[in-house]
Design a protein around this ligand. Structure first.
Ligand SMILES: [Zn+2]
Length: 364
C-alpha cells in the first residue's frame, strides 16, 4: 500500500502559507461532511486501478444538460461571450457517478472568475503545491456555492475529490470561447503519431467504488454504513463513515502545519491522517478543538487490533473516490488508447491566465 511518505508530508508542509481562512459568516447551516486525502492504495480489490474508471464524455454531457432548465452550465458554456458575470446552476449530471455522494436536494452554482480573482491567480507560485492549493480554494470560495432546500451552505462542504473538477468548470465558464484551451500532445505508443490531449472538466477520470460496495452508501445521510460482522469481524459496532470534504482537508492541513511549526521534527502519522476525514464528521478549524478531536480519534485508532485495522483499511481503500492522474485519448490515426499524465504545460498559474490583446512587453 502506498501511504503518504512521512517526509513527503513534511515537504508539503514546509513553506506552507496558512490556508485561505474558512469564512463562517457565509452561512451557518452546516451539514455533516468530509475531508480528503488523495492517495492511491493497493489493498483489497482495488489493485486494478484502471478497471473501474469512469469517464464522462461530451455526448453524455450534452445529453444530460439539454433539459429545459434555465442557465445550466452544460448547455450554455459554449455560448460566446467575453468574461461573464452571474451565477449559473451546474447540471449535476456533469459529475457523473460522483453525484451520488451529495444529498439529492443539493444544487451547485458557479460563477466566472472575476477580474480580481484572475489577478489573484497570477500570484500562484507554480513550484509550491501549497500556493496552488490556497489559490484553488480561493477560487472555490468566490466562484462556487451550494444551495440546499434549507438555504445555502458553505462552499467547503463539497467533496474534496471534486475540487479540481469544479475549478476546471469555472475556468470553462469564464473563458467560454475556448480560446484558452489547455492542450498538449503525446506520441501514440502504437503508430508514433501525435495525439492531442485537452484538459477539461469532462476529461477527468475517477476511480469509483465498486458496484458491490455501493449499496452500503446512504445518500440521504451521506454516510457509509458498514457492518463488519458481515465480513467475519465480530464487533458490536456498526461502522459509520463520513465523506471527505474540502473543509476537513483544509482543516487537517492547517492542523498538520501547526504541529510542524511547533516541532519540525515531530512525525505525523500519515495513516492516521488518511483515516481522519472518514471517521470524523467535522474537523474544527480551531486548533485547540481540532487537536482534541484528533487526539480522541488517535486513541481509538491505536486501540484497534490488527484485524480491525486491516478491515477498516480495506474499507477506506474501497470506498474512496480517486481522481486519476491520467487522461485517455484515442489515437486519431490507429485508434489505440493513449494515456497521458495530467499536466499544465505552463504551470497551474496559466489555468486562469488571460491572453492580453496587446503585444507582450518583454520576454519575462
Ligand atoms: Zn496511433
Amino acid at each position: 500500500m502506498s501511504y503518504i511518505e512521512d517526509n513527503q508530508i513534511e515537504k508539503e508542509l514546509k513553506g506552507q502559507i496558512p490556508e485561505a481562512p474558512i469564512d463562517d459568516t457565509e452561512n451557518k447551516q452546516q451539514e455533516d461532511s468530509q475531508k480528503p486525502q488523495q492517495q492511491e492504495s493497493m489493498i483489497g480489490k482495488k489493485i486494478n486501478v484502471g478497471a473501474n474508471m469512469q469517464r464522462i464524455d461530451k455526448d453524455e454531457i450534452n445529453e444530460f444538460s439539454n433539459k429545459n432548465r434555465l442557465s445550466r452550465v452544460g448547455e450554455s458554456i459554449a455560448v460566446n461571450s467575453d468574461i461573464r458575470e452571474g451565477w449559473m446552476e451546474v447540471d449535476k449530471a456533469l459529475l457523473g457517478d460522483r453525484a451520488i455522494f451529495y444529498r439529492p436536494d443539493w444544487e451547485f452554482r458557479i460563477r466566472p472568475a472575476t477580474v480580481e480573482a484572475i489577478r489573484h491567480w497570477s500570484t500562484i507560485d507554480d513550484e509550491n503545491a501549497n500556493s496552488i492549493d490556497r489559490v484553488f480554494n480561493e477560487v472555490m470560495k468566490t466562484c462556487f456555492s451550494i444551495i440546499t432546500t434549507n438555504g445555502p451552505i458553505p462552499w467547503y462542504n463539497v467533496n474534496a475529490w471534486d475540487r479540481f473538477f469544479f475549478i476546471l468548470l469555472i475556468r470553462e465558464y469564464t473563458f467560454s470561447k475556448g480560446e484558452t484551451k489547455i492542450e498538449y500532445t503525446e506520441d501514440c505508443i502504437n503508430c508514433n503519431n501525435p495525439v492531442t490531449f485537452q484538459l477539461t472538466s469532462g476529461s477527468l477520470l475517477y476511480d469509483m467504488p465498486d458496484d458491490e460496495v455501493m449499496p452500503m452508501f446512504d445518500q440521504s445521510s451521506c454516510n457509509w454504513i458498514i457492518d463488519p460482522n458481515e465480513y467475519g469481524l465480530e464487533t458490536d459496532e456498526i461502522l459509520k463513515l463520513w465523506l471527505p470534504t474540502l473543509e476537513k482537508d483544509i482543516n487537517v492541513k492547517q492542523w498538520a502545519m501547526n504541529r510542524y511549526q511547533e516541532n519540525p521534527n515531530r512525525e505525523l502519522d500519515p495513516v492516521l491522517i488518511r483515516f481522519l476525514p472518514w471517521f470524523l464528521p467535522k474537523i474544527s478549524k480551531d486548533d485547540t478543538i481540532a487537536q482534541r478531536q484528533i487526539n480522541e480519534f488517535r486513541r481509538k485508532f491505536e486501540s484497534w487490533d490488527i484485524d480491525t485495522f486491516n478491515f477498516y483499511n480495506d474499507v477506506i481503500t474501497n470506498i474512496m473516490v480517486t481522481p486519476n492522474t491520467k487522461l485517455i485519448q484515442k489515437c486519431p490515426i490507429c485508434g489505440e488508447e493513449v494515456t497521458s499524465p495530467i499536466r499544465f504545460p505552463n504551470g497551474a498559474s496559466s489555468l486562469f491566465h488571460v491572453e492580453s490583446k496587446f503585444k507582450k512587453f518583454g520576454k519575462k
